[in-house]
Structures are given as C-alpha cells and as structure tokens.
Ligand binder design. Sequence first.
Ligand SMILES: *Cc1c(COP(=O)(O)O)cnc(C)c1O
Length: 404
Amino acid sequence: MSNMAVTRESFDKVMVPNYAPSEVIPVRGQGARVWDQQDREYIDFAGGIAVSCLGHCHPALVGALTEQGQKLWHVSNVMTNEPALRLASKMVAATFAEKVYFCNSGAEANEAAFKLARRYALEHFGEQKSQIIAFNQGFHGRTFFTVTVGGQAAYSDGFGPKPADVEHVDYNDLDALKAIISDNTCAVVMEPLQGEGGVISPDPAFVKAVRELCDQHNALLIFDEVQTGVGRTGDLFAYMGLGITPDILTSAKSLGGGFPIGAMLTRAAIADSFKPGTHGSTYGGNPLACAVAEAAFDAVNTDEVLHGVAERESWYREGIAAINAKYQCFSEVRGKGLLLGCVLNDQYQGQAKAFLDAAIDEQLMVLVAGANVVRFAPSLVISKADVTEGLARFERAVAKVVNG
Ligand SMILES: *Cc1c(COP(=O)(O)O)cnc(C)c1O
C-alpha cells in the first residue's frame, strides 16, 4: 500500500527507537532545497550528514541510476560487473591506491580496513602485532569493531566484551602517541579532520609525525575519510591537502552522493593479505551503487567543483562572521572546505541542539557535532543564492536562541 498515510507518530509505533528524528518528514528534494509532507520548503546545509555532495536529484546521478536501473541491478560477487570495475579504475587513477574493496557504508569500509590491517600484520610480523591506536572523540562507525576503535567509550560500552588491543590517545597529542606506539602496533587510525567529534583539524606537523612514527614501527596508517572524502575539504581526498599518504583509506558518505556505498582503498602489497574468502559483502560493489558513485566521482573530481568548494567556504565564513559580529555566540569557525563547525562560546555551552531546532523553525537544515558545535556539510555545488538565503535563515535562528 504505497498510498498508506504515515506520520511522525508512525515512527514511535513501528521503528526501533535508536533514533530521535525531527518532526519534519521530507518527501522530495532538488539541489539544496527539500520539501516536507506539508510542502514546506527547507534549505539544506546538512547534506544528509555530508552525503548529498551534489545536492538532491542531481541530473547526472538520476541519469546514472535510471540508466543502470534498466540494465542490471545485482549479481553479487560471484561475478564482477562493469560499473564496479570502472569506478575502481577511476579511484585508483586519482589516488595513491592500487586496489579497491567495495562495501555499503562507512562502518563496513572501516571494518574491512581494520581486519585487513590485523591480517597484514599477522602475516608479515606475527600475532603479537595486533594493537590498533585511535584517537579520542574519533568516529568510525557503529559495528562493534568500529565503535570500539571510535574514541567515545559511551558508544561501545554495554554490549559485552569488546574486540581487544585497541588504545586511544588525544588527537593532536604527539607525546601521548609516542608513549604507546611500538613494534606491536599494527595500525594507527585517524580522521584527517574529526567530523562527529566536533569538526577538529589536525595540526599538519602532527599528521607528518604520525606518518613517521607509523613508518618507524611498521604500523599501517589508516585514514578514515568517510566524512572528508570526495571533495568535502576542497581536495578530492583530505590527505592530498595534508601532504602525506596513508596506507589504507576509507570512503563512504559523499561517495554515492546519496546512494549507499563504501570503499576501502590501499596499496597492492597490503591488499594481498585479503585472499578469496577472507572478507566480503553480498551487496558490496553492487552495479546500481557503483554506477551512481561513478557519476558522482566524475562530477566531483573536476577543478570546477573542487575549486568551488574553497570559494563556497569563504561565502560561509564571511556570512557566519557577519552574524557573529551581531550576536557573538561563536568563539570560532573550525573545519575546512564545506565541513564547517561554528563553535559555541562559553555562554551557550551544550546548546547546539537549540540552534538546530531554531534553524528548522526557520526552514533551514543544519547539523550538530557534539553539544557545542553547529555543523554545516552542504552540497559541494550549492548556489550563492542558496547560501545567502540559508545564512539569512540561520541569522534569524541565532537571533531567536540568543534573544531567548
Ligand atoms: C559517518 C562516519 C562513519 C560511519 O559511516 P556509516 O556509513 O554511518 O557506517 C565512519 N567514519 C566517519 C569519519 C564518519 O563520519
């Protein structure tokens, strides 16, 4: 019954309560605009959490989806398929990587990365080399392995025994990392810009030093680019702007531009530790997903779009600075490209959700990153008019929160 009436109350009746969604139920989108069940229009600065990199219903993605949808949807990995091979070839050509593994989400890409790092260390150095070092406040997904590697114990506690030999240190704290890294470390895992943890950039010198420490101890450096990848920071992948190269990179979110897909990229010598049967996924490399992702990758991996990200960042930074000059609620604007965080100052600690709710009332979709940061992750091709109108709505939302 596709005409069955559903409302927000239906969620409470029939959905597992692991989310607390907004009252708004979006039904269609176009570019950076979204309409809800009541045909109320919103400007989208959230991008479905850094996913809708070309906005909603971009013609290139709709075209790729409908074209592939009439050809072949699924064969599973008992056979390979053309869209997967084309997408992998393009990702290999554009990055440090020589090999690609496809899956369906960021968590799955990281799960594959961590399993591969463990297997590689076991094969080449022995079973004592199993330690994974990650960073506090880091986020790597919600499977049990990835949430354990993530840097918030609150998300991994309460599910019984965790995967072992995972340690955490503070992001940007080189001394803490030096104190625990050893020849028993199999991998260091980091986001090249922490997203969920509060939109926190690494010190470039820190990233270089992490790379050197990994080399000294034969540990693999895993970059989780699930949020930063595919143009988000103005580089195709954020590692390119940091001047170092990881050994394994994971991508998802923007990779499919709204169609579920994840990928793990690495060098051939590391990839060889995954042999037939070692790891897999029924849907991984699905032709529909890869056809859409190929179209998204082609569209984003152009000078026009990538340079446009830096230009749009400046529109946001100028607009937010003007708002802050009036209302003085932000202590700084963090992040890079179109992953930006407005950090609430002392007076508004813990109130990021109030800004998000006020924004929805003003017909603007934003994100938070923890309780103290309002986050923007809009379409990489959002128009100047939409940025200007969205920021005008944001100013009204800020005024409401500040004036009480
Ligand atoms: C969102 C995110 C993930 C998890 O991705 P899912 O597709 O939700 O599994 C992993 N790492 C980072 C950095 C993310 O931002």
